[in-house]
Ligand binder design. Structure first.
Ligand code: AMP
Length: 435
C-alpha cells in the first residue's frame, strides 16, 4: 500500500460540493481517523477491510464515497437504477434497527442531491409489500438484512447482478455462522469479485476475530487494510465490579438510583431475562423497558425511538442492541450478564462514548463470571481493576491462579487477598459521571 498523507479536512478528501455542504451543516468539522484514511481509498475504487472502534464514523466512511460515485455516474447517465429492478450499492447489516439507521444517515448525507440518489432500507418484521413498492424501478442504494433481501429477490422485487459496491457493515457478524448460508446465497447473485471493476467490496467492523479474517480472502480483491483502534485515546471508561451471586439486581438498582443517569442501557443474555430483570427492577421502584427479538417490529421501533429521544431512561436489551446503534450521548452501558463472545463485549460497550463523547461501561461480575471476564479481557487486550460497590462487597472466594482478579503485588510478602479492599467506586462514579 502506498504511503498516504492523512487529510485533516473534508475538502482534502476530494468530496464534491453537495456532500461538503451537508457535512458543514451537520457540524462535522474534520474527518475522523477512519474517514481520513479510508475515504480516499474507497474513492479510488479499492476493496477495503476497515477496523475501527464502534462510533468512529464508519457509516460516513462508506456512504460518502458511495453517494459521490453514484451521483457522478448518474450525471454521466451511466446509472443502472432506472433500468429495472437493479441496485448499485448494497449494504448488508445484521439487524433491522441498524438497516434503518444506516439508510437514514445516507439519506441525510444526500439531501443536496435533491432526490437524485434513491436509498431504500429493507428488513424483516414489517410488511414486505411496502418494501416491494419502494423497490419498484430499482434503487441506487439498498440497505438490507440478509433474510428479507432473499425473500424480496425470490419475489423478483430486486436483482443483485449489477451491484457495483458491496458493504458488509458489522462484517464479523455478517461473516459469522448465523449468516453464512444467507450470505453465500446473496453473493452467488452478485457480480464476481474477481472480475476487476465489477464489484468493489468494503468490510467494516470494530472487531475482526481470526476465524473471520480467513473468510475475507474469499470476498475481497487485493484489499487495502486499515486499522484505527484508538483505545488509548478512547473517551470510554470501563469499570468492573465484583458482586455476590444473587446480589446483582440489588447492586444494579443501587447504582441506577445513586447516579441517576439520564439513560442507561443494560445488557442481559436472553430474551426472557429482559422481562425478568425489568420486573425485579420495577419492584425496586425503577421503570425499565425491554428490547429483544421476541418483540414485534412496531414495539421495537417505539422503544428504540423512545430511548434515543431520552423518554425511556432504563433499557434492558439482548445483543440485538449491541451492534452499531447510535444513541447520542448515551451515558452508560451496563453488562448485567457478560456476553458470551469477547468481541460482543466491545460492540456492547461501544454504544457509549461514541463520536468522541465521554462514556462509561460497567460490568457486574459474580464469582462464576470471573474466569469468563478474564478471557474477555485477554482477547480484547484490556485489564481492568476489580472494584466493589460500597455496601455490597463480594465475599472472598478461592480462585485458581488463572482467575485471580488482581496480580499479587511484587514482594508484598503478605497473604494475598482474593478480592481487593473495596474502593469507593461510588465516589469515582459520581465524580466522573459523564452527565
Ligand atoms: P457511526 O460510527 O457511523 O455510527 O457514527 C457515529 C456518530 O458519529 C454518528 O452520530 C455520526 O453522525 C457521527 N459522526 C460521523 N462522522 C463524524 C465527523 N467527522 N464529525 C463529527 N461527527 C461525526
Amino acid at each position: 500500500m502506498s504511503i498516504l498523507i492523512t487529510p485533516t479536512n473534508f475538502a482534502e478528501l476530494s468530496l464534491i460540493p453537495p456532500l461538503l455542504a451537508r457535512l458543514t451543516e451537520l457540524a462535522y468539522q474534520q474527518p475522523t481517523p477512519i474517514q481520513a484514511q479510508a475515504i480516499p481509498n474507497v474513492l479510488a475504487g479499492h476493496d477495503l477491510i476497515a477496523g475501527a472502534n464502534t462510533g468512529s464514523g464508519k457509516t460516513a466512511t462508506f456512504a460518502l464515497p458511495m453517494l459521490q460515485h453514484l451521483f457522478l455516474q448518474q450525471n454521466a447517465k451511466k446509472s443502472s437504477a432506472s433500468k429495472g429492478n437493479y441496485v448499485s450499492g448494497l449494504i448488508l447489516v445484521p439487524t433491522r434497527e441498524l438497516a434503518k439507521q444506516v439508510a437514514d444517515s445516507i439519506k441525510s448525507y444526500a439531501v443536496h442531491f435533491n432526490g437524485a440518489i434513491k436509498t431504500v432500507a429493507v428488513f424483516g418484521g414489517v410488511s414486505a409489500n411496502t418494501q416491494m413498492q419502494a423497490l419498484r424501478g430499482g434503487t441506487d442504494i439498498l440497505v438490507a438484512t440478509p433474510g428479507r433481501l432473499l425473500d424480496l429477490i425470490a419475489n423478483n422485487a430486486i436483482k443483485l447482478d449489477r451491484v457495483s459496491t458491496l458493504v458488509l457493515d458489522e462484517a464479523d457478524r455478517m461473516l459469522s455462522l448465523g449468516f453464512t448460508d444467507e450470505l453465500s446465497a446473496l453473493l452467488a447473485l452478485m457480480p464476481n469479485k474477481s472480475v476487476p471493476k465489477q464489484r468493489q467490496t468494503l468490510l467494516f467492523s470494530a472487531t475482526f476475530p481470526e476465524q473471520v479474517q480467513a473468510l475475507t480472502q474469499e470476498l475481497l480483491n487485493n484489499p487495502v487494510e486499515i486499522q484505527v483502534q484508538s483505545s488509548d485515546a478512547s473517551t470510554l471508561v470501563q469499570r468492573v465490579f465484583t458482586v455476590n451471586k444473587g446480589e446483582k439486581t440489588a447492586v444494579l438498582a443501587h447504582l441506577i438510583k445513586q447516579h441517576q443517569w439520564r439513560q442507561a442501557l443494560i445488557f442481559v443474555n436472553a430474551r426472557n431475562h429482559c422481562e425478568h430483570l425489568a420486573t425485579k427492577l420495577s419492584k425496586r421502584g425503577i421503570t425499565a423497558e425491554v428490547f429483544h427479538g421476541d418483540k414485534g417490529q412496531s414495539e421495537r421501533s417505539r422503544v428504540l425511538a423512545g430511548f434515543k429521544a431520552g423518554e425511556i431512561e432504563v433499557l434492558i436489551a439482548t445483543d440485538i442492541a449491541a451492534r452499531g446503534l447510535d444513541i447520542e450521548k448515551l451515558p452508560v452501558v451496563i453488562n448485567f450478564n457478560l456476553p458470551r463472545s469477547p468481541s460482543d463485549y466491545m460492540h456492547r460497550i461501544g454504544r457509549s462514548g461514541r463520536a468522541g463523547e465521554v462514556g462509561l461501561a460497567l460490568s457486574l461480575i459474580d464469582h462464576e463470571d470471573y474466569h469468563h471476564f478474564n478471557v474477555i479481557e485477554k482477547k480484547n487486550k484490556i485489564r481492568l481493576e476489580r472494584e466493589q460497590v460500597a455496601g455490597f462487597e463480594a465475599d472472598e472466594v478461592l480462585l485458581s491462579d488463572a482467575d485471580k482478579p488482581m496480580a499479587k503485588p511484587e514482594g508484598s510478602g503478605k497473604k494475598k487477598r482474593k478480592n481487593k479492599k473495596p474502593v469507593n467506586a461510588d465516589i469515582w462514579l459520581r465524580n466522573s459521571d459523564p452527565e
